[in-house]
Design a protein around this ligand. Structure first.
Ligand SMILES: [Zn+2]
Ligand SMILES: [Zn+2]
Length: 269
């Protein structure tokens, strides 16, 4: 890997290590680009108390952005660092979230849809489920997200853990891959899933992605500095790419990263 755009920090409550450790690890491994993409905060206004082990609080966002910018500047001769977030697409909170991210100079969002609807009262997408309604909702909601044109890429699109009919899975996921293609959004093979032997990457999903001519990108999804690069999982992912004949993209053009949120509409200002 020469670039990784999927990196967390301690602020989400389930990652460890200092930013400097992540950066140093990336430099040592020869990465040219490191993007931080901690779980975005949401201002749920009216909703239940927040779970502190999922993501930072909205009031922590300015400090996060400033910390990453500081390292981007300090290390600019050694590595290119971007300030991003991993975000779900929650229609109810999306305009306000976009505004908050832009106000804080966040440069990009990757889509990581961990819950459906607007999260509150919804189950985790990664728990096994045979209800096709849930799969259909996941696909419809993430297609809506892709159609905003605001996401740099789609992290672990195969997070949804559907254990029902394989033909239903194929039909739905094909729609998702087609939307990714239409909107020019790369799909991420998630190295955390490989590292922890999770239910993703899902072979059937990536077979469909290959058939649809999807572009894929690897993301280390580091929650600890030692995983900023992960050669073993990377080899596994590249073998999958090779075996299925997927098109793999190594890095994303700087202009493309910088133009995503800056050019954003979405009902802001
Ligand atoms: Zn996380
Ligand atoms: Zn992540």
């Amino acid at each position: 890997m020469i670039a990784n755009y999927h990196t967390h920090t301690w602020r989400c409550g389930h990652a460890e290590g200092s930013e400097q450790d992540y950066v140093q690890q990336a430099v040592n491994a020869g990465l040219k680009t490191l993007g931080f993409s901690d779980h975005t905060p949401y201002d749920f206004f009216d909703a239940e108390p927040r779970n502190p082990s999922i993501r930072m609080k909205p009031e922590e966002l300015p400090e996060y952005a400033a910390a990453i910018r500081k390292f981007a500047n300090e290390y600019r001769d050694q590595i290119q660092i971007f300030t991003g977030v991993e975000a779900e697409y929650y229609p109810k909170y999306f305009p306000r979230t976009l505004e908050m991210l832009k106000e804080n100079g966040i440069q990009y969002m990757i889509l990581g849809q961990h819950f459906l609807g607007n999260e509150i009262g919804e189950p985790y997408c990664g728990r096994p489920c045979s209800d096709r309604k849930m799969l259909e909702r996941y696909v419809a909601q993430t297609i809506e997200a892709l159609d905003t044109g605001l996401f740099l890429y789609f992290a672990h699109p195969d997070l949804i853990h559907f254990v029902g009919s394989s033909s239903v899975y194929e039909r739905e996921m094909r729609k998702l891959c087609q939307a990714a293609k239409r909107t020019g959004t790369p799909l991420e093979i998630n190295l955390l899933g490989i590292r922890e032997n999770r239910h993703y990457p899902n072979e059937q999903f990536w077979q469909i992605a290959a058939e649809e001519g999807s572009t894929v990108i690897l993301g280390s999804d580091a929650h600890s500095p030692q995983h900023v690069v992960d050669p073993e999982s990377e080899r596994y992912a590249l073998a999958l790419v090779e075996r299925l004949g997927l098109k793999c993209q190594l890095s994303i053009d700087e202009f493309c990263i910088k133009s995503k949120l800056c050019a954003a509409g979405g009902g802001t200002r």
